[in-house]
Structures are given as C-alpha cells and as structure tokens.
Ligand binder design. Structure first.
Ligand code: COA
Length: 170
C-alpha cells in the first residue's frame, strides 16, 4: 500500500524568521512528515523585507533539509493548504498574548473550511519573549541579537540598518 505523506503548513509573515520559528518547525517534524513553510505576501503587517527576501532567508536556513519546504503564498491560507494537500496548519503559541489572535485565526480558518485543523505547539520557553518586531527594533538601534535569529538573518538585519554584526554576546 502506498504511504501518504502527512504535511503541515506553517504560515507566517516571517519578517524575519527567528530562532523561535526555527525551533517550532524542527519540532513539527516530530509530528508531521513534511513542513511547508508558507511565507505570506498578504499580511496585516507592513514587512521590512520583501516577499522574495523573506523566502530566500528561510530557504537558506533550511538548506539541505528535504522534509522542510519554503514557498511564498498569497490569497487565503485555507486555499493554499488544500492545494498542497496538507493535513493541518501548524502554529506556535507564546504565553497568553498570542491566544486571542491565534484563536480568532484558527476559528476563522475552520469556518472557511471545516476539514482543515490547526495544531498548536507551545513555543519553547527560551523564545517566549522574542518576536520579529522586538528583534528588528533592537537591530535597528545597533543592539545584540546573536543567538535569537539564524546567522544569515542577523547579517541581513544589521546590513539593512547599516550596523556591523557584533562579535560576542555581553
Ligand atoms: N517563537 C517566537 N516568536 C514567535 C514564534 C515562536 N515560535 N511564533 C511566532 N512568533 C512571533 C513572530 O516573531 C511574530 O512577531 P511579530 O508580530 O512581532 O511580527 C508573531 O509571533 C507572529 O508572526 P508570524 O509567525 O510570522 O505569523 P503572522 O501572525 O505574521 O502570520 C498569517 C499571519 C500570514 C498566517 C495570516 O495573516 C494569514 O493566514 N494570512 C493569509 C490570508 C488569510 O487567509 N487570512 C485569513 C486568516 S484567518
């Protein structure tokens, strides 16, 4: 009998991807055969990086990992999930702050398609306090972000804001 591949879509703006996202994707591989990282063109946010840049950075991070695929997507998330024949939407949840927003999105997606389930993983405690916004803010002001984002993201952020990468964590 042919074995079916269980894929989950992990959607986000990823502006930029942080170590919190990376950790969640790698943990997702313990549950699903494949994670499709779906980088959103349309997001309620006003991204610092273009869609192409966000996709490129994410692809660099997972280079060589064949169970992780990074793709841009536009339009409704549920349509993309159906197109890709994924079994679930994967999302991370940080403490209480994310709950209302995530609950709203999961319920709306379920209303749009009752066959699509959202699976939440608690964000690892190490990443509970970070977000793409707070990291961009620190990088913009020349602060230390090493260890919070993958090295390629760190380089791009400092380059975008005209700062040199820092050598060590104080
Ligand atoms: N660790 C640390 N931080 C994390 C994290 C983790 N595991 N997971 C998420 N975050 C942070 C991110 O850094 C980000 O921070 P920011 O708000 O400062 O940017 C925030 O939590 C969530 O961002 P992200 O994971 O990139 O997702 P998002 O909320 O930007 O994604 C979409 C929203 C794209 C999924 C949603 O708008 C969408 O589906 N759009 C398509 C159109 C559609 O179908 N709309 C209807 C949906 S109901």
């Amino acid at each position: 009998m042919e074995k079916t591949v269980k894929s989950a879509v992990y959607p986000g703006t990823f502006d930029p991807m942080t170590n919190g996202h990376v950790s969640l994707i790698l943990r997702g591989l313990d549950i699903f055969d494949e994670i499709l990282v779906a980088v959103a063109l349309h997001s309620p946010k006003n991204p610092l990086f273009t869609l192409d840049e966000r996709v490129e950075m994410a692809r660099e991070i997972f280079d060589g990992k064949d169970r992780i695929k990074v793709e841009p997507f536009e339009g409704l998330l549920v349509e993309y999930v159906k197109e890709r024949k994924a079994v679930a939407i994967l999302r991370g949840m940080r403490a209480v702050a994310d709950f209302e927003y995530e609950f709203q999105m999961a319920l709306m997606n379920r209303r749009l398609d009752r066959n699509i389930h959202t699976v939440f993983l608690m964000t690892e405690y190490k990443w509970l306090y970070i977000s793409s916004t707070i990291i961009k803010d620190v990088a913009r002001l020349g602060g230390e972000i090493k260890g919070l984002v993958p090295p390629n993201v760190e380089k791009r952020l400092y380059a975008r804001y005209g700062h040199q990468p820092k050598d060590k964590i104080s």
